[in-house]
Every structure is written in C-alpha cells, then in structure tokens.
Design a binder for this molecule. Structure first.
Ligand code: ZN
Ligand code: ZN
Length: 367
C-alpha cells in the first residue's frame, strides 16, 4: 500500500494527519497554521492559530479575539513529531511559507509569494523540499513585472504632474500589502500622504506590531478638502466611485495591480492610470522559485493552474493542479464594468483566460 502523503488536500484546507493541523483552512478546524493575514488564507472560527509574529496585530484586528501563537522565521514548533517552521514569502509584511518535516520528508506550502524585494516585507527565501505547494496567480508568460523602482518613478511623476495640473491624486491598492508598499516608496517631497480609514486601520495594526511606516494622516469628517488635495490619497478598491472618493474631485485616479498588465483592465476599473504592481510572483519569479526548492513534485493551488502545470510537466517537474479556495483576495479582475459599458472583445478574451477561482471572493474582501 502506498504511504499516505504528509500533507493532503481536503475540503477544509491543506491537512497534515500526522500532526493533526491544517494550513490556511477555509472551514473551522481545531488547529490552523496561517501563511498570512489576507482574507482567503486567514479565516475566522478556528480554535487555535499559529502565524508569524508580524501578522499578529492584523490578524487580531481582522478576526477579533482568537487564540494565537506566534513565531519568528526559522523557529520550529513540534506537533506530534512533525516539525513546523515559517520562512519569508515576500508577499506582504508577516507572510510566510510553511515548512513541514516528518521523518526526513519535507513539504513547503508557499501561501502567496513574490520574489522581488519590495523593501517592506522580509524578502522571499527559497526553501529546499521534496514537495512544494505553490500559488500561480500570474502563471502565464505574459505576466512579467518591471522592477518596482521603475513603477514608483512613474507613480511619483504622475503625482507631480497632477499637482501641476491642479488635480488631486488618488491611488488605489489593497489595504494589507499594496498600501504599505506604496506608502514606503512615495516621494514625500511631493506632499503628505492621506489614507482611507480601512487602510489606516491596517497601518495602525502594523505599527502596533512594531513596523515603522512613513507618516500618514487618516481622512476624517474634519479633513480639509483643499489640504488633502495637495497630498496623495491612498484608498482601497472598495472606495472606487463612491461619494467618499468623489468629494476630492477633480482628481486623477490610479490603480495598482498585476492585472493592469492586461488590456482593458484599466478601463474596466474606470481608472486614469494603471500601474502594474503586484504582490505575487510573475512568470519568471514562479519558475525560478519552484526551481530553487529542488522539489520533485509541485501542487498548484490557485491562479492559472492548468497552463502552469502543463508547462512544469513539460520541463520535467511532476506538477499537479489541486482545488482550494485561495485566490481573489487582492488582485482578482472581478470589478464589474461601469454601468452601461459593454465588455469589449479584448476583455472577453481576458475573461476566457482568467485564472481558476480568480473571481471567487471578489475584489473587496480584504478592504
Ligand atoms: Zn495574499
Ligand atoms: Zn491569496
């Protein structure tokens, strides 16, 4: 009889029977190990949580009172003979890959990851393993990111030209990850940074956790419109097109997302500028990260799983698609087109190649 694998894919999440724990389960369980605090990985309702210590305050803010044990990267926790340790995933602050070892067999669960050092998350570290469970949100060759320094140069120039043209500047990005990455890379010589409450709540949680972020000012009822218009506003996707945003007009509105690499994505969000900036690995990043693990087999959890599995099998990996509920928390192309605007031909094509599960949770669940 074949040996039972150390990690299995169940309808509750990734399960380790030997250690009796789950990784990023989406249904309530007794013992959950959490890769990071995004909504599609950190669900409410588990009895016990284990996560990186930099995820602590954001998890408490998002999930309320939970029983949470935290560890540093590289620290080991034993559960029934199974060694669990966390390694940097480079995705957002506190994000971790989970390494699981039992009797010499090593599995690594990536959660979400990117390989570029964003200057704020602990940089991704490849971990040697036999079996690698990987995301592949952007697992198509068309997704190739430019270095972030170039993207932020574009963003800072756009902000300057808006000031010159008497426009306010609104930059949209997800509240955990993108917002802080933007904040730390803005040229504060241009002006002050104002934040939507949802983003400021996340910033405050991170600051409670000891993370040092650039100064921000929360937008409230008392904020003076003309002052705010001289700075830059960082806002979550859920605020797009709302009266809250409209009151700062006239403005130029930019959107930061990996999906901005596809035609029509900017127009679909009614954005003036699309900045291709993602907290997920691009095609080359995925391939190099998987290669660096030295693994025999790869399990693909979310994204372009079919295309990417075919490619990996073609270059000698033993790759499999698996069904999970991950994906869509931060970058899904799920924002519907504005009222009255039909999908253009190019956009229909985009939907055909949309990643599996990409629309599962909608764009707003972490906002
Ligand atoms: Zn994530
Ligand atoms: Zn995710």
């Amino acid at each position: 009889m074949a040996k039972k694998p150390l990690l299995e894919f169940t309808d509750r999440g990734i399960y380790c029977a030997q250690g009796k724990f789950y990784i990023d389960p989406w249904k309530p369980v007794d013992d959950a190990v959490i890769t990071h605090a995004h909504a599609d990985h950190a669900y409410v309702g588990h009895k016990h949580y284990l996560a990186h210590y930099l995820s602590k305050e954001v998890l408490l803010y998002r999930l309320g009172e939970i029983q949470l044990q935290t560890v540093a990267y590289g620290e080991t926790v034993m559960k029934n003979g199974v060694a669990i340790s966390l390694y940097p995933a480079g995705h957002v602050i506190g994000s971790a890959q989970i390494r699981v070892e039992y009797k010499g067999e090593v599995w690594v669960v990536s959660g979400d990851y990117k390989v570029e050092d964003d200057g704020i998350s602990t940089p991704f570290e490849p971990v040697q393993c036999h079996h690698f469970i990987s995301e592949c949100t952007f697992g198509m060759p068309v997704y190739t990111w430019k270095p972030q320094v170039q993207i932020f140069e574009d963003i800072n120039n756009w902000w300057r030209s808006n000031l010159h043209n008497g426009l306010a500047t609104v930059l949209v990005g997800y509240s955990l990850g993108k917002a802080q990455r933007i904040l730390q890379n803005l040229d504060l010589f241009n002006g002050k940074v104002y934040t939507h409450g949802v983003i400021e709540n996340t910033n405050e949680a991170l600051r409670r956790n000891g993370v040092i972020l650039n100064p921000t000012e929360r937008i409230t009822q008392d904020s003076v419109k003309e002052e705010v218009r001289k700075g830059i506003i960082i806002a979550p996707p859920s605020s797009v097109g709302t009266p809250w945003m409209r009151k700062f007009g006239p403005y130029s509105f930019g959107y930061c997302s990996g999906w901005m690499a596809i035609r029509g994505a900017k127009r679909r969000r009614a954005a003036d500028r699309g900045f291709i900036l993602s907290d997920h690995a691009d095609w080359d990043g995925l391939v190099s990260a998987i290669d660096a693990t030295g693994c025999e087999s790869v399990y693909l959890t979310h994204g372009y799983t079919a295309t990417f599995a075919r490619y990996l099998n073609g270059i000698g990996f033993d790759a499999h698609e698996v069904h999970t509920l991950y994906g869509g928390e931060e970058e899904a192309p799920s924002q519907p087109p504005p009222e009255g605007e039909e999908l253009k031909e190019t956009e229909e094509k985009i939907f055909e190649v949309s990643p599996t599960g990409g629309d599962l949770e909608g764009a707003g669940t972490t906002s």
